[in-house]
Design a protein around this ligand. Structure first.
Ligand code: SAM
Ligand code: SF4
Length: 331
């Protein structure tokens, strides 16, 4: 049974950033340069991550997601996947990836026990993709999505962060993919995270709300009807267009925050447990892990994180996390 936090929310989900490094440089996630990578010895080793997951599973964490930076750039990621898939109590192991290296690794990941993937893709236009990611090739991501389907990493979800002036003119085209190709597309409202965020302010102007997106989609493609989905840990609300095989989800941290249903903790690549995405509070696990803490001590620190989850975020009151950019937290 999941442990409840102080506000009676069941905490059953851990997102693990396995590296702060990335093979892309998305404009809304990290600056082009100036974010130093953590040194190798600061990054948790796979055995240390496994120790944390074993302890967390004893508190009822059953869903684990690997993220980054870009999780597929970390060497041996298939081995970590296998280690975590074998932890008793973990019944839903997933990954969020930019998809660039996915066609290379999809089969091995599925065989190692990964259940499903979310692939981030904010545009369908090759040149715009290159501009947003500062260096990527959209063909690599499309090949990754195809490979994920072929090996059954289902449901494959496509995450698109929508930002005014960046890609808000593609909401209908992306939504149409749920009709034409059965994609499960999730539109995410952009969040201001990190002191060095390249999107400077007033940040509210950049946010395209789910309601605005709906007002684009419905006149063009038909009514969005609430949909039931197979797998979901989280905050998205799902809909389906008439006759569509795929779904459309909205994740609305800004216009309709879902803090009262928050079920998650986050572990950064350098071993800090974050009770809350949108607050800088962190609990250091790396030091005790390296000082030989036993499972009971790690469990106690995880409980401390669960119990320090606040009720809700305060972005709208101009309070935002400053210490890390999104690539250092993992989304
Ligand atoms: N590199 C992987 C990827 O892009 O899928 C995993 C890490 S990335 C930080 C995880 C997710 O966070 C991606 O879907 C990305 O689009 C999203 N993201 C990054 N910065 C964001 C921001 N400021 N607001 C909302 N979502 C953001
Ligand atoms: Fe890298 Fe993912 Fe951030 Fe893009 S969103 S820069 S792919 S970590």
């Amino acid at each position: 049974m999941p442990n409840l936090d102080l506000y009676s929310r069941p905490i059953n989900y851990l997102r693990i950033s396995v590296t702060d490094r990335c093979n892309l440089r998305c404009v809304y996630c990290m600056p082009a340069e100036g974010v130093p990578w953590r040194a190798h010895e600061q990054i948790l080793r796979y055995e240390e991550i496994e120790t944390v997951v074993r302890a967390a599973s004893e508190w009822g964490i059953s869903k684990v997601r690997l993220t980054g930076g870009e999780p597929l750039v970390r060497l041996g990621i298939v081995d970590l996947t296998r280690m975590l898939a074998n932890v008793p109590g973990v019944d839903d192991l997933s990954m969020t990836t930019n998809g660039v290296l996915l066609s290379r690794h999809a089969k091995a990941l599925a065989e190692a026990g990964l259940r499903r993937v979310n692939v981030s893709l904010d545009t369908l236009r090759p040149q715009r993709f290159r501009r947003i990611t500062r260096c990527g090739q959209i063909e690599d991501v499309l090949a990754g999505i195809e490979a994920a389907h072929q090996v059954g990493l289902e449901p494959v979800k496509i995450n698109a962060v929508v930002i005014r002036g960046m890609n808000d003119d593609e909401v209908v085209d992306l939504a149409r993919k749920s009709l034409d190709e059965g994609w499960n597309v999730r539109f995410i409202e952009w969040m201001p995270v990190g002191n060095e965020s390249p999107m400077e302010y007033s940040w509210g102007d950049k946010v395209v709300t789910a309601e605005e997106m709906r007002q684009q989609i419905e006149p063009a493609l038909g009514e969005l009807v609430p949909a039931k989905t197979r797998a979901g840990n989280g905050p998205a609300r799902y809909y389906r267009l008439p006759g569509a095989a795929g779904t459309i989800g909205f994740i609305t941290p800004i216009s309709d925050h879902f803090c009262f249903h928050c079920n998650r903790l986050r572990l950064t690549a350098d071993g800090q447990l974050r009770p809350w995405l949108l607050s800088d509070t962190e609990i250091d696990l790396r030091t005790p892990l390296r000082q030989g803490a036993d499972a009971a001590q790690i469990k106690a620190l995880i409980l401390q994180a669960i119990e320090s989850k606040p009720l809700q975020h305060h972005l709208n009151d101009h309070q935002r996390p400053q210490k890390r950019v999104m690539s250092q937290i993992g989304g």
